[in-house]
Design a protein around this ligand. Structure first.
Ligand code: ZN
Length: 160
């Protein structure tokens, strides 16, 4: 089950998400929806265990180790443009236009050069991390739960 509730994101990310969706409607005339927001840590853990330590008759279903997805810290969301009532994937020009709008609201797009260099192209993904690394986030989570990650995220926010 994928959580699509924007309210489950960190408030800064939720705001950027809503502004991006509103701008896509206003500037591109395209409805954009959030297809996945927060992924519960325990869910990712259970998912990662499939084919590894549980359900040994199955193949692994994810390569993302528990704690290694920004969705688990409620700092990422995935999107889809809706045209004619259907989610449209593969329209690169449209995705690029949506990406630019998201970036203008402080989000990092999963298809940018840095992701491509790292060998991870995630064209329907936005995240906001304020310079935290995923390893730092995981360590903070283990020490103090998601609030510890959020505290560090907020502390790193440039004043504006
Ligand atoms: Zn994602």
């Amino acid at each position: 089950m994928s959580d699509r509730n924007i309210d489950d994101l960190h408030p800064f990310v939720a705001e950027a998400c809503r502004l991006t969706i509103a701008d896509c409607q206003a500037k591109l005339g395209v409805t954009v929806i959030a297809t996945s927001t927060r992924r519960v840590f325990e869910e990712q853990e259970a998912l990662y265990a499939i084919g590894r330590t549980t359900h040994l008759d199955c193949k692994p279903v994810t390569e993302s180790k528990p704690g290694h997805s920004w969705h688990e810290y409620a700092l990422a969301w995935d999107f889809a443009p809706i045209i004619g009532g259907k989610a449209v994937y593969g329209d690169e020009k449209l995705i690029q236009a949506i990406a630019e709008i998201g970036v203008s609201h402080g989000l990092r797009w999963g298809g940018d050069a840095g992701f491509v260099t790292a060998g991870i192209v995630d064209g329907d993904h936005f995240q906001m991390t304020h310079g935290l690394t995923i390893e730092q986030a995981l360590t903070l989570y283990q020490q103090g739960g998601i609030q510890a990650v959020w505290n560090a995220f907020e502390a790193a926010t440039p004043a504006s």
